[in-house]
Write a protein that binds this ligand. Sequence first.
Ligand code: BES
Ligand code: ZN
Length: 586
Amino acid sequence: MARVDPHSYFDDAQPRSTRWRLKLRVDFERKVLAGEVVLFFDGGASGVVDLDTKGLTIKHASAPFELASEEPILGSRLRLTLPAGTKDVTIAYETSPSAAGLQWLSPEQTEGKKKPFLFSQCQAIHARGVVPCQDSAGARIRYAAEIDVPEGLTAVMSAGPDGDAPGENGRHVFRFNMPQPIPSYLLALAVGELQGRDLSHRSRVWAEPATIEKAAWEFAGVESMIAKAEALFGPYDWDRYDMLVLPPSFPYGGMENPRMTFLTPTLLAGDRSLVDVVAHELAHSWTGNLVTNATAEHFWLNEGFTVWAERRILKALHGDEAAALGWAIGQRELEEALERFSDTPALTCLRTHLTGVDPDDAFSNIPYEKGARFVTALERAAGTKAFDEFVKAYMKRFRFQSITTETFYAFVEEKLPGLPAKVHASAWLDKPGLPAGAPRFVSARLDELNALADGWAAGRRPDPAALRQAPAAELVVFLQRLPRELSAADCAWLDANLKLNERGNYEILAQWLAIAAASGYEPAFPRLRALLSSVGRMKYVRPLYQALGKTPAGRALAREVFASAAPTYHALTRRAAESAMAKYPA
Ligand code: BES
Ligand code: ZN
């Protein structure tokens, strides 16, 4: 065979390393990881092996090697030539201080303000900036690791802990072992002043000491979610489900690192209203981590399936009405994404073609929300009972494997003959946009909220007392549906009656601030400045920079905030803000 992934030099005809041993020293002064990786070729191998690297300094390797010059998306190919019978190769190396997969935070960027913090984010193709490896989801690995950190800091990984001990010169060494085979994008590491709190016999939340209490309260219900998910998708295969609450610059809502989900602190609303993100990351334990997309071209298999799974968990826990609100919020996000990608409609297909396209640039809500609707179309056409059996069989058949859309399609056809044709699967997969007849989700409360928002333009105002107390998701549905640009008087009405500037729920706050930003409503600018100076979650940062582009005062604010906050942003967040500002009128 040959290269099978447009984003990797991995070649499936070459020997495959299925196990790593990592030994890394975390150097906060120089902002580098330095040490070695041993790549094991169990059974022995020989010949050429191409690895992915990005920004790595290769100090030494135990086999002959050649490092090619850097390609913009892929990075630098590291070509090893293994002598016959090679069982392992040791590579001594160092990461770059500007590695996109690592963010090094100063103490001021943490809650505690005293100790530095490091976290990784390897999906989609940033593992190669952390470890030289076959960085393709089709090449699964097990790993052991030794992480050497300054005394007083704790290391956690997407793995099981395997002991820790004092090291030399005021250092401490944490050992880990990951016995289940994972794709490289699920490698994860975080180091900081961390405390853990048990939530159940198999779940613990980690956070900085200043946030641990709030985090333990917010996620206390996680065991009931695990139980519901097991009933739906089969046994939980990863032993433990721990979670880590990161500092606010974390660029995503959550990341499904196995055994250690990474979460943004913006979920700590104080009322458990944002735990759908935990349901989502937990669901990835099946859809994504157990059955994995073979490449980013099949990303919908991970995310579309997981959004569907997340809403099944939510429905089992909180009922149909709650799930319908989730679908409605997603519908608006989908429409916005289709609009944002109207110039590149090929990226609105579920099955994408990404040669020459950076997966971070192709990222959108489309694989999530269109994908979840496709899965629902299959579920409705098959009947829920038959489809639930299908899902369990799918998990069993492909567990610990990485598959393509075509493999999925063939498996549906095998288990539920005729089903793909019945739902027009090829239109969902290979045609842009949302197929006519896509599933709709109805609820009485949803109709009421939509009517309230639709009355706004005609001058009708909702009863503030009723809406002020409404559950967070209801308020989000209402705000999402309001016109994007409102008069100053309208903005003032909303803020005064619904107390929007004071909200601790970031979904509500971000909806409100998007309207305020697009409307050039200056009384909300301090709140906007504060959010954009502290929170790095791209879901909020990108739309807010976009909305600020609508008025001269907004653009001035965006440029001012960016100038001061950019050095504290994650590389991905910085890029998202920059690309939004690049579209501002001159
Ligand atoms: N795996 C994703 C995050 C991701 C995707 C990181 C692609 C890098 C590249 C994660 O599971 C996710 O989807 N997070 C969402 C949660 C939401 C859909 C509930 C997020 O971050 O907002
Ligand atoms: Zn996801």
